[in-house]
Design a binder for this molecule. Sequence first.
Ligand code: HOZ
Length: 424
Amino acid sequence: MGTDKSAAIFERAKQLIPGGVNSPVRACRSVGTDPVFISRGEGPFIFDADGNRYLDLIGSWGPLILGHAHPEILAVITETMARGTTFGAPTEIEVTFAETLRKAVPSMEMVRAVSSGTEATMSALRLARGFTGRAKIIKADGGYHGHADCLLVAAGSGAATLGIPGSAGVPEGAAADTIVVPYNDLTTVEQALSHGDVAAVIIEPVAGNMGLVAPAPGYLEGLRALCTKHGTVLIFDEVMTGFRVAFGGAQARYNIKPDLTTIGKIIGGGLPAAAFGGRADIMQKLAPLGPVYQAGTLSGNPLAMAAGIKAMEILARPGTYERLEQVGARLGDGLLAAAKAAGIPAVMNRVGSMLTLFFCDSPVTDYQSAKAADTQRFGSFFRGMRDRGVFLPPSQFEAAFVSLAHTDEHIDQIIAAAKASLAS
Ligand code: HOZ
């Protein structure tokens, strides 16, 4: 497998872009290699600058649930962009987007569109603080909600991958009101809420940034009850899980109604879009109706709205989530069996079409148990898979994503690659 062109591009990139990448995990440092540079995608495949083809299990970190370059998404983008790409003024398509989102996720009684998941979580927290008049927030150890200052405390995803869970440059004051609790533990949440000064609990209802960790039975129900009791805003960060683990997100899958939801990735159909929304009485505190300020020139961008609406429309078709469940199970079961056949201790955590294979022998239920995984072995596995034409997320502390473009044959090829990689 040649990688000369990727290597040359990486050299150029490093001269100008810190680490040669515009987001740290994709630099592939924790898996002991350099990145390849992607030139195009098609269905379940990505192709690098040297022409190597890979079965993609990143899916742009979640958005590409329909696969790469889906013809209906490309068509709607082309059609929309012929009328202009941005106006900085209201457009009808933003209203259609909000209506589509609310229909799928009814707890989002009112919606504001933004451009990234980080913007959505940052804005939702400001809103929760403005609504309650309280400063403190609770987040999970190893939970990742974008890179706003107050959320870069015991953070997962790239921060966990690179060993910088509390970033330099975050002033002490910005992090002082962030309380960190273990995922799947209600006792610590109850203790923290008992003082009556917590504005919000922000949680990934299925954690995806410490690797995938499912909520324990009763955990989300417990959070709901505790937040209601203490007048604290419950925020579900569904940037990854929205339209992924069910059409209506994790809140539909587990039947829990949060006060606010942050959502992104899939709702942009592969273009930069995200949103936050929820109870109307809370959302009405936002400017221009209320005193909580939030804004964005490219918020509600027509191209992103059009791609997102089309993606949601396609996902609403019958059989979609049954297929995603089936393809996720085929992959999850196959990867676990491959590890067992090779005599390698492994745990498969999966919810629908998102999953993580942890190289450890005890259940992974929170960040502490995730950290027990053998990251060196994960690095070898990543490289072995890449060399056999499969692209995994380059970190033990990320989730892999399967798409509707993956056929059973593609999954079987991935499992065969895993058998060979793990055997060697
Ligand atoms: N931190 C995101 C994944 N959980 C995005 C990583 C990237 O785009 O490189």
